[in-house]
Write a protein that binds this ligand. Structure first.
Ligand code: AMP
Length: 215
């Protein structure tokens, strides 16, 4: 089976994580999420986690050199040798340039398009499991049993610090200022595939599969 080097692009709340997990399972490639790695570092209270925490809580981007370092290390692991899906990285032009300097040639950049108002409503109602990272929505996708994670059974779902209203506004700002220029960056390199993110996770998944198959 061919192994892909993929990247998910799009605003916060576009469904990058959900789609990246599905693709990683289907294509048998590792899911490399900088957000997940940073949250894990925060949970363990490692030096990296302490450095990242203040930025994350405010909805700000963690400095480029910190994130570039963790991605470089992760991509050197054996399981990423011939394929992976990047989720949440690169998020700035210097990060995209650093990735290219690592010798990584992306096959596809999947850009999930979602309007700002939709982002605010999705993230404002989002609930996360602090134990396994599963994600729910108060109205659109509540857990089967109130406040209990369907996946791992953990009781006590939380609103991530960065899903509070001020942080959501800050994350959208960072997206428009620093991340959305990457649409042009990857379009110029002929690897960009735009996908409408407004549908259900299954519909978005089908649209991505069609693009990867060249339909
Ligand atoms: P995410 O789960 O991808 O929304 O990431 C959560 C938070 O982690 C972001 O709001 C940033 O504070 C930080 N973060 C994740 N990926 C990056 C990145 N590539 N560059 C800078 N900060 C990042």
């Amino acid at each position: 089976m061919s192994r892909y080097r993929l990247m998910m692009l799009g605003p916060p709340g576009a469904g990058k994580g959900t789609q990246a997990k599905r693709l990683a399972d289907r294509l048998d490639i590792p899911h490399v999420s900088t957000g997940d790695m940073l949250r894990e570092a925060r949970r363990k209270e490692s030096e990296l986690g302490k450095k990242a925490a203040q930025f994350m809580e405010a909805g700000k981007l963690v400095p480029d050199e910190v994130v570039i370092g963790i991605v470089r290390e992760r991509l050197e692991e054996d399981d990423a040798a011939d394929g992976f899906i990047l989720d949440g990285f690169p998020r700035t032009r210097p990060q995209a340039e650093a990735l290219a300097e690592m010798g990584v040639d992306l096959d596809f950049v999947i850009n999930i398009e979602v309007a700002d108002e939709e982002v605010v409503s999705r993230l404002g109602g989002r609930l996360s499991c602090p134990n396994c990272g599963a994600v729910y929505h108060k109205e659109a996708k509540p857990p089967k049993e109130d406040d209990v994670c369907d996946v791992c059974g953990h009781r006590g779902l939380i609103t991530r610090d960065d899903d509070r209203p001020e942080a959501i506004r800050q994350r959208l700002d960072s997206y428009h200022q620093k991340t959305s220029p990457l649409i042009e960056f990857y379009s110029e390199r002929d690897v960009l595939e735009n996908v409408d993110g407004a549908g259900s996770p299954d519909e978005v998944n089908d649209a991505i599969a069609r693009r990867l198959n060249g339909d």
